[in-house]
Each structure stands twice: as C-alpha cells, then as structure tokens.
Design a protein around this ligand. Structure first.
Ligand code: ATP
Length: 359
C-alpha cells in the first residue's frame, strides 16, 4: 500500500506548453512504479488561451481551487500574442497564480551541462552552477499600474519593498544555500547606493543573514553582478534580488547555459509552489515537435525535490542525472541549441537513461 499520494495539478497551457508537459508526465509515470511508498495523482486541468476561448476564463475557479489544495503544480506555458483580454493584456494564468498563491520566490537554477552550450569558452560541465532567486510579489513590478500624466509629460512606476517580502525571500535564499552542495554563500543583488528601497532590503538581508552563521553573505550592485555573471559565474552560489533585476538577470543567466529551453524554475510560496520552464509558449515553433523539453524536465525534478519525501528526492536525482548523461553527448540537442533532435526523441534518450539509473 502506498503511504503517500501526491496530488499534482498539471497545467499544460498554450503553444509548446502541452508538448513539453507531456514529456514530463511521461517520465513521472515511468518513475512512479519504482517508488514503493509514493504515488502521483496527475490532475490535468485546462487553462490558458484555449480555456479562455471556450469558457471566458483563462483560469477557471475550479482549477484555481485544485491549485490551492494540491501538493504541487506543474505548468507548461501560457498565453498567445494574438489572443488578449479586452484591455489588451495577454491571457496569463501563470501570473495570476503567482499573485493569488503568493509565490514570492522565483527560484532559477543555472547549470552548465556541456562546454558547447555556453558562450563562455573557459568553462566546461559543472564549471558553474548557481541559483538566482527573484522576489516575485513586489519590487518594481508591483508598481506596474503606474501613473502616466501625458499633459505633464511624466510617467512613474514605484518600487515597493516590504519587510515581510524581503525577509521571506532572503530566508528562502539562505535555506537553499544551506541545503545545496555549493559554496554556502548568498549574494544580495541590489542598487543600495542609489535606491533607498533597496538599502532597506539590504538592512533586512543583513538581519536575516545573522540567523545563518554557517552561510557566507555578501552584497553586490546589479550592474557589477551582470559583469561578474559573464566573467566569473563560478563565484556565485545563491543570488537573491528584487523582481525586475531578477527578471533581467535570469534571462542573462539562461543565455549562459544554452537559452530558455535549458532554464527550469520553481515559484515558491509558503502554501503552494508552481514548477515551470522559464520560457513562454513559443508560438513560432508550436506544433512542430521541436520544442526543447529539458527546462520542463528539470523543473519536474525540482518539483520532486521540493515534495521533500526521500523517494521523490531520489527520483529528482535520477531525472537530473539522466538529463546530465544525455546532454554529455553534444549531438543530443534540439534545434534551439543547434541540434536536430525532436522533442520526443530527446525524451526517449532521457527515458532510457532514467531506466538504467532506476534498475
Ligand atoms: P514570454 O513572453 O511568455 O516569456 P515569449 O514567446 O516572448 O514568451 P519564449 O516563448 O520564452 O518568449 O521564447 C522566445 C523564443 O525562444 C521562442 O519564440 C522560441 O523560438 C524560443 N524558445 C523558447 N523556449 C523554447 C523551447 N523550450 N524550445 C525551443 N525553443 C524555445
């Protein structure tokens, strides 16, 4: 008898979202029989543009209720540029989920699998391996409504930092640094010399740092961190920053390891978590079978790790190791990384490696 059933809400979404999500659920189903005390209830729900066109709701109430009750949410990608709400914005249930479930920590691991995948030629596999955590509920994005006074020729967006927001994301960063097998260091990325809101963030960061005497802490200005991320990414372990800086730096970071198709993410809250690739719905390649499934598969591994059961953690490392093994051969790449493999072929290889590791 299974001791623990994990209820996973699966939201494929739009564009390449369902294509990559299907690869992840395929691998979960492969793993499940090998976890004696764990089972997965994969609860697929319709969300996004398709659902909006059908029912008028991008994120139906019943789906949101399931998201509130489940153990974790696995999300593909949502939104299409040619379908919008009457106010002109795209259908974006992933943002709605982040806000309504208070998913305050956007965790983006950056790991190099093969030298060919990085423009930084001095690095080989494992040459750098860091995590960027983006505060996701406030910062400059919280002022996105803003104020535009065309008469006065002036527009303003306000950056908001709260004690609660800065404290919880900083704590998440230190806890992660403690768990990781890394340099045991947290770097706060800010611009505290110019913006008082970020000076406040820094004060709170320093307070929280005292709770973690075993973890080194440092501050770095965001401009310098962009430089160091390109010149010496191996100096970082866990980085934490406000929303807008995190948004920009995480795409830069993804570019260091092969692009958006290689960048997994977890949006972590105190009651819920969503795991999804960092990329969007990529409508230009949807339906062609060429989407890179790696970001989605690595996000699934993050979810398994986050579920925090011995056996799901074991499954997470099987998945990570299977991906690393497949990517150690530079011929195994999808077209976004200069290769020729189809989405399903890439998953076939990962699935075969996974089986070797399981047996
Ligand atoms: P969003 O604004 O939601 O981030 P977007 O459509 O602007 O979405 P993405 O979908 O993230 O941006 O990606 C931009 C381009 O990168 C895509 O149009 C596609 O060509 C490529 N791309 C993104 N993800 C993948 C992937 N998994 N596999 C292959 N190519 C990808």
């Amino acid at each position: 008898m299974c001791e623990k059933e994990f209820h996973i809400v699966v939201l494929g979404g739009d564009g390449i979202g369902p294509e990559v999500t299907q690869q992840a659920t395929r691998l979960l189903k492969q793993i499940e029989p090998h976890l004696p005390d764990v089972s997965f209830r994969l609860d697929e729900q319709s969300v996004g543009v398709g659902e909006y066109l059908r029912s008028g709701q991008g994120l139906p109430d019943s789906t949101f209720a399931a998201c509130q009750q489940c153990d974790a949410i696995l999300l593909g990608a949502m939104g299409l540029p040619n379908v919008r709400y009457p106010n002109g914005t795209e259908i974006a249930p992933q943002i709605e989920l982040r806000e309504r479930l208070e998913l305050f920590g956007g965790v983006r691991p950056i790991r190099l699998f093969h030298q060919n995948d990085t423009p930084l030629k001095k690095y080989g596999p494992g040459g750098f391996d860091f995590v960027l955590i983006r505060e996701s509920t406030e910062g400059l994005f919280s002022g996105r409504g803003g104020k535009t006074d065309k008469q006065a020729g002036e527009a303003t967006n306000v950056m908001k930092i709260t004690r609660r927001g800065a404290e919880r994301v900083t704590r998440l960063a230190f806890e992660l640094a403690r768990k990781r097998d890394g340099k045991k260091k947290v770097t706060l990325i800010d611009k505290a010399n110019v913006l008082s809101a970020l000076f406040y963030f820094r004060e709170i960061f320093d307070e929280v740092a005292t709770e973690f005497p075993d973890i080194e802490s440092e501050h770095m200005y965001v401009d310098a961190s962009a430089l160091f991320m390109v010149r010496n990414p191996d100096r970082f372990d866990v980085m934490v920053t406000e929303n807008m800086f995190g948004d920009i730096l995480s795409d830069l970071a993804a570019g260091l390891v092969g692009g958006m198709g290689m960048a997994p993410s977890g949006d972590i809250g105190s009651q819920a978590a969503v795991f999804q690739p960092s990329h969007g719905s990529a409508p230009d390649i949807a339906g062609k079978g060429i989407a890179n499934p790696i970001a989605m598969i690595l996000s699934t591994a993050m979810m398994l790790d986050w579920l925090d059961h011995d056996q799901t953690k074991q499954a997470a490392s099987w998945l990570d190791d299977a991906v690393a093994k497949v990517l150690s051969n530079p011929d195994n790449r999808t077209p976004d990384m200069g290769g020729k493999m189809l989405t399903g072929q890439m998953t076939d290889l990962i699935s075969a490696e996974l089986q070797n590791l399981i047996e």
